[in-house]
Design a protein around this ligand. Sequence first.
Ligand code: 5GP
Ligand code: ZN
Length: 126
Amino acid sequence: MPASPAAGTFGGVSDCLFCRILEGDVPSEEVLATEGVYAFRDINPQAPTHVLVIPREHIESADTVEAHHGDVLAEMVLAAQRVARADGIVDGGYRLVWNVGDDAGNTVPHLHLHVLGGRRMAWPPG
Ligand code: 5GP
Ligand code: ZN
């Protein structure tokens, strides 16, 4: 039985949207939950599979990741693998994205790994 998002966050930031999702204050469509991370469907999907994997700990972005975050980063990637398998997009291929800062289109200041798949994607990205 996976932990519910209401299992919450640690170091949560009350005005952070994704911390509020972790606390259950903002509803989300759960895909999977582990001790350290939570995965849910993006509200504005850019592909048939578009899932966000977030750490329960409030980390602002990939640019503020520190060496001691190594375990939770690995947990995020392992969760992304599980999402891809569950959604059946491994054979077709999928894309993992970390947006950092304005030029990359980063809008939510809580680290999140986009898992995108289920359609052919272009490179370079727009
Ligand atoms: P970013 O642009 O920061 O890399 O990604 C933020 C993502 O969060 C966007 O893809 C956006 O659609 C998604 N998002 C923003 N607000 C919500 C929300 O309230 N619920 C969910 N499920 N996704 C959200
Ligand atoms: Zn947060």
